[in-house]
Ligand binder design. Sequence first.
Ligand code: NDP
Ligand code: BG6
Length: 478
Amino acid sequence: MIGAVNRPTTPTSIVIIGASGDLARKKLIPALFHLFCNGFLPERFRVVGFARTPLDDESFRQEVAETLTTRFQPEPGECALAVGHFLKRCHYHQGQYTRADDFRTLGRRIEGLAGPRSGLLLYMAIPPDVFLDTARSIRAAGLADEEERPWSRVVIEKPFGRDTASSSELTRALGKIFSENQTYRIDHYLGKEAIQNLLALRFGNRILEPLWNREHIESVEICFSEDIGTQGRAGYFDRFGIIRDVVQNHLLQALALVAMEQPIRLTPGEIAREKDRVLRATRPMNAASTLVGQYEGYRQEPGVPEDSITETFVRTTLHVDTPRWYGVPFEITAGKALAERKTEILVRFRDLPVAFFPGAATNTLRIRIQPDEEIELQLNNKVPGMNMTVTPVGLNMLYQQEFATALPEAYERLLLDVLRGDRSLFIQQEELAAAWEVVTPYLQERERLLKRPPEYPYGCQAPHIFLRSDETPYPGEE
Ligand code: NDP
Ligand code: BG6
């Protein structure tokens, strides 16, 4: 079926802890299936779902099949045929996260299925409050023991804690259970093609570096908007809010990659070191330069308390106090229930010292992370004709047009990295702590004041809501 490219060879068991949940269904199962279709999974592998929900192999396979065939249409041809082969390798083990015995029986099952010398990937697709108890059960059952098998790796989902103190406590407690080398803290934005490209764009091109600083850059905007609300995840979301959900992790990672210095080498340690330095140089969020909002109807959603003060929108200005960026605002916007789904980074260059041409606009570099990954450099160009007038035009690179291959899903890339033992795109302890330092003082202040954020209409334009009085809308928008 399926051509093998750099296929790991060790027989492998992939255990999804929390297999009955949203992440498993939406992202992990489809990602594993695509890896299987493209020949990236080892010849001998098993996917074992673990959760409390009473299922057996048969009913779990039905759920997997439904996910693959109805919600995520596999591409026609070989991949469609592969569903059957994939399902045969899927199993389910019911158990409680706090019960080590349930993980012991899981261990025995895995041995029976994949053999005693299989690599073991344990993916914690469970709510963060259950991470630690689950980790303890895994340790007590001996599943994290690397002497017993070629490798045992644990993937931990975000959010890692709720603030600086709880995150460092979680890191410390997990550090007693798993070695740092076997811990993979996932931030799926780092698996996105256009995010990874930030390194190539910045450090693989001569022309950007001389301009990439406060002398030439006026501001950087990082904008995340979704056209959906909490979509059945209100119970989780309400306890965290948009700042913890996407700013502390995805957007600060994007900021770090935009603002960091060139690492000495492209190794996980060196990249993380530079990201950490930039995050430590970032002034913490403060109330004076932050606006929060909550979409209308949020408090009526099942699982959301009537008096919830959780923010579903945030707009904040951050400053990176390094010689390269001193004085340049980094505008961060993140919101649910807005007009469109879009994540992008907009770098605005400074205007020319003399306004020479009427009609000229600020040069910008727009990096569209999703959807429709794109890089667009906006330059001023003469309008063809007898007059010397200029107009801004975009030089575009659309991934879809430029590259024939479909872009891998972030979770595909990251799961493969775990199988290969490559931690480059996973979050290291120091940068995690530094990112929490940026958001924690503001979060604590909000929780102390207990102020309900103003409401905004479901589906409105992100830059328009809470526009400060001294601002104009983004170019091209009303
Ligand atoms: P779910 O709420 O769907 O929970 C996953 C499973 O965990 C459930 O099916 C349930 O399984 C079990 N579970 C739920 N609540 C509890 C509880 N209070 N105590 C014990 N077990 C519980 O979560 P998601 O799948 O949405 O997310 C899992 C992890 O992934 C979280 O850390 C989340 O932050 C992260 N994440 C999720 C994303 C998504 O799109 N869903 C995206 C990025 C990260 P059972 O009852 O069968 O045991
Ligand atoms: C997750 C957040 O980390 O990222 C979700 O928990 C959010 O709330 C999601 O919807 C966005 O991911 P993507 O890949 O769809 O941009």
